[in-house]
Ligand binder design. Structure first.
Ligand SMILES: [Zn+2]
Length: 326
């Protein structure tokens, strides 16, 4: 039964019964309902936020794991891309250079990458933004790798054709290290700006230094004719070999010679021994590759006696900006 309310009327000096209007009742009811709905929404939100059902927990856990695995996959793809980049570098700087084919520009190596249907599907999916980005980026990487590998394969096909025509030329191109370097520990200074061992200032180092004990044999790195074997200022005892095809190799600071000008030499033939003559701070051979009379980085001419892993290691060693032995 509804409660009856009274009020004191000062005019009649009596308690009068309060008349409740229907509209007031409806308004009260509506207010109560709105409040209830709001409380219900609030409670559901809080429960959803702090309380997860077992199924939700499993799904969230799976989600996190998927994200983690995608990140790992994405990192692996970056590594593959890195390996491919060194193949591309070697392709452009060695093989294509040797055969006088113009290097393939990066724009060609990465162009024509199209986003496939799967990619569109991911974009249209209801996934959260961060997950969409992670997956689409991984897809992009895979597509780019596919394209780069395709271009690389084509380039190798082209080179194989050129090799068949030029086997004689190949024997005359520097392709090994000038001393035995099985453990890869001999390369001490690479080509480029290096610290001068005496003046302690940056200077251009036009070759690669291989440190080795006195009288370690030094080998011709390709077939050719000895052009010079003499004392040559700062270079000390030096042998120059002319390989034809505009290539010359230089071996400096030798202790003694085993060849004289005019001698025909074969790749791998001993031409002299390691010393420290001329301007040198320790026994080593300073090795240069000259093309058209200009020194170029010899590191790109060690392709005969190195596995890809060893070559990677040599590239790293040669890039360290240390002090040269001169
Ligand atoms: Zn040097």
């Amino acid at each position: 039964m509804a409660r009856v309310k009274y009020y004191y009327d000062t005019e009649t000096c009596k308690y009068e019964r309060v008349k409740v209007k229907t509209s007031d009742i409806i308004l009260n009811l509506l207010g109560f309902l709105t409040l209830s709905v709001l409380i219900a929404i609030g409670l559901t939100f809080l429960l959803g936020k702090y309380y997860k059902s077992d199924k939700e927990k499993v799904l969230l856990n799976e989600n996190e794991k998927l994200k983690e695995f995608y990140s790992i996959l994405s990192n692996r793809l970056d590594q593959v891309d890195g390996n491919l980049a060194s193949l591309q570098k070697r392709d452009n700087n060695v093989y294509r250079l040797i055969f006088e084919a113009s290097p393939i520009p990066t724009s060609v190596r990465v162009s024509g990458v199209k986003n496939d249907k799967a990619y569109e599907k991911i974009l249209k999916s209801g996934l959260a933004k961060d997950k969409k980005e992670l997956i689409t980026n991984t897809f992009k990487k895979v597509n780019q790798l596919k394209r780069k590998m395709y271009v690389q394969t084509k380039s190798y096909d082209e080179i194989i054709k050129m090799v068949k025509d030029k086997s004689k030329m190949l024997a005359h191109l520097p392709a090994i290290q000038p001393i035995s370097n099985k453990q890869l520990t001999r390369l001490t200074s690479g080509f480029g700006m290096r610290m001068h061992p005496l003046y302690k200032v940056a200077h251009f180092h036009p070759g690669i230094d291989f440190a080795a004990p006195y009288n370690t044999p030094i080998y011709a790195t390709a077939d050719g004719v000895v052009k010079r074997s003499e004392y040559m200022g700062g270079y000390g005892n030096t042998v120059d070999i002319d390989h034809g095809y505009n290539y010359v190799t230089r071996y400096a600071h030798m202790a003694s010679f085993k060849v004289k000008p005019g001698d025909k030499v074969k790749r791998g033939q001993c031409i002299g021994y390691v010393g420290s003559t001329g301007f040198s701070t320790a026994p080593h051979v300073h090795y240069e590759v000259l093309k058209n009379g200009k020194q170029i980085d010899p590191v790109y001419f060690f392709f005969n006696d190195l596995t890809p892993e060893e070559y990677e290691k040599i590239l790293k060693l040669a890039s360290i900006k240390n002090q040269s032995l001169s």
